[in-house]
Design a protein around this ligand. Structure first.
Ligand code: GLP
Length: 244
């Protein structure tokens, strides 16, 4: 079920995202928070840092789990999602390092690390609140459009479209990893609450397909229609194809 909130602009949308998350943290200081990289939630992370600095929003008991990571990048690689998260958010709040979890991009050819990641999520009794963006092709995490989707955390081969789109974060397209490890569609649907965010007109079509399109593996974000508690936070541009 979707609860829709449309902001005037990116700044307002980021404030809305942060206040939803802050409310949950205040209610449950031991919250398990699912984090997402990409450009969309950066403003939300900045607002959360502000709330930490000005209102003493406390992250000391929070556990975090990231949705995805590029295969082949060490966690200190400047384009890894682990580096992004520490740089843009985690190092600026009072989170305990041992409570921060990422799927490892460095895999040893067994799926042991994947199983361990899922085990850690189980140990905290699942993710309470998951932040999600969306790719223009409907990917969530790195679950790419396909004839079938994976339920659990797995290795995904990235589509040319995603590689092209993510080249903006790398110096050249040839160095963009071709594979990623991502939580599966089942893991995402098992989270208790989702904050789904999108901004800009280039995401308007993705938003419409996510909220109102047919549920299809060819558009993975459409599966969010099956989740009981999704707060959708958009700016006006991203909402322009919705009839509200
Ligand atoms: C990526 C990530 C997603 C993200 C999406 C949109 O590649 N794997 O988690 O939501 O693309 O990114 P952006 O917010 O930069 O548009």
């Amino acid at each position: 079920m979707f609860k829709l909130r449309v902001a005037e602009d990116y700044k307002e949308m980021s404030a809305m995202g942060a206040s939803e998350i802050a409310k949950q943290i205040i209610e449950n200081p031991k919250l398990a928070l699912g984090l997402s990289a990409g450009s969309t939630p950066i403003g939300t992370y900045q607002e959360l840092i502000k709330l930490h600095e000005t209102e003493k929003l406390d992250f000391s008991q929070i556990t975090t789990f990231n949705l995805d990571e590029y295969v082949g990048l060490e966690s200190d690689h400047p384009q890894s999602f682990a580096h992004y998260m520490w740089n843009k958010f985690l190092s600026k709040v009072n989170i305990q390092q041992e409570n921060v979890h990422f799927p490892s991009g460095i895999l040893n050819e067994t799926d042991q690390t994947i199983k361990e990641y899922e085990q850690k999520i189980k140990e905290v009794n699942g993710i309470d609140i998951q932040i999600l963006g969306v790719g223009q092709n409907g990917h969530i995490g790195f679950n790419e459009p396909n004839r079938f989707l994976n339920k659990n955390t797995h290795i995904e081969t990235l589509t040319d479209e995603t590689i092209k789109s993510n080249a903006r974060f790398f110096n050249e397209i040839n160095v963009v990893p071709k594979k990623a490890i991502t939580m599966g569609i089942g893991n995402i649907l098992e989270t208790r609450k989702i904050i789904f965010m999108a901004y800009g007109s280039e995401k308007a079509y993705a938003v419409k397909k996510t909220l109102n399109g047919k549920i299809t593996t060819e558009y993975p974000s459409s599966f969010l229609q099956l989740h009981p508690d999704v707060t959708v936070i958009l700016d006006k541009e991203a909402a322009k194809f919705l009839s509200i």
